[in-house]
Design a protein around this ligand. Structure first.
Ligand code: FES
Ligand code: FES
Length: 161
């Protein structure tokens, strides 16, 4: 067992973990942050995306021990301080950017990482960036629209789907 300490959604946590404990497992089972979903465990679906030191990471592709000393943000850390939905979350709700919601945490975390680097992405840039996030409900159209809206762009000319 290895002791790991990291700041998760602004709170410092220290836990003992096995060397092969995946970050996704650690977040869900040790910290009970079950908003991070596991859709494949093989690095394909993107449902498990979180931020580690500000970078979007598929948490099923790293060990918890590798995040020792890191700053981590999960979907639970995306709300506003008053508990209301954050800008991206609200845009997903407003533009029907989800159906079953299983992929949504990963989509929101990936969108946040994209908007940090590219505050006004085009539709093509959003689609390209989300290549690693799979929505099995195939709701991509409204997901892209929600991300454009979250970036402050006018989406009134984009048809609803
Ligand atoms: S659960 Fe991590 S990419 Fe699918
Ligand atoms: S909303 Fe169902 S998997 Fe994306």
């Amino acid at each position: 067992m290895t002791e790991v300490t990291m700041v998760v959604n602004g709170k410092s946590v220290t836990k003992s973990v096995k060397g092969n404990t995946l970050m996704s497992e650690f977040l869900r089972e040790e910290l009970r942050l079950t908003g991070t979903h596991v859709g494949c465990d093989t690095s394909q679906c993107g449902a498990c995306v979180v931020h580690v030191n500000g970078e979007a990471v598929k948490s099923c592709t790293m060990f918890a021990a590798e995040a020792n000393g890191s700053e981590v943000k999960t979907i639970e850390g995306m709300e506003n301080p008053d508990g209301s939905l954050g800008v991206i979350q609200q845009a997903f709700q407003d533009h029907h950017g989800l159906q079953c919601g299983f992929c949504t945490p990963g989509m929101v975390m990936s969108a946040a990482a994209l908007l940090k680097d590219n505050p006004k992405p085009t539709e093509a840039e959003i689609r390209d960036y989300l290549e690693g996030n799979i929505c099995r409900c195939t709701g991509y159209h409204n997901i892209v629209k929600a991300i454009m809206a979250a970036s402050g762009q006018d989406v009134t000319s984009i048809a609803a789907e």
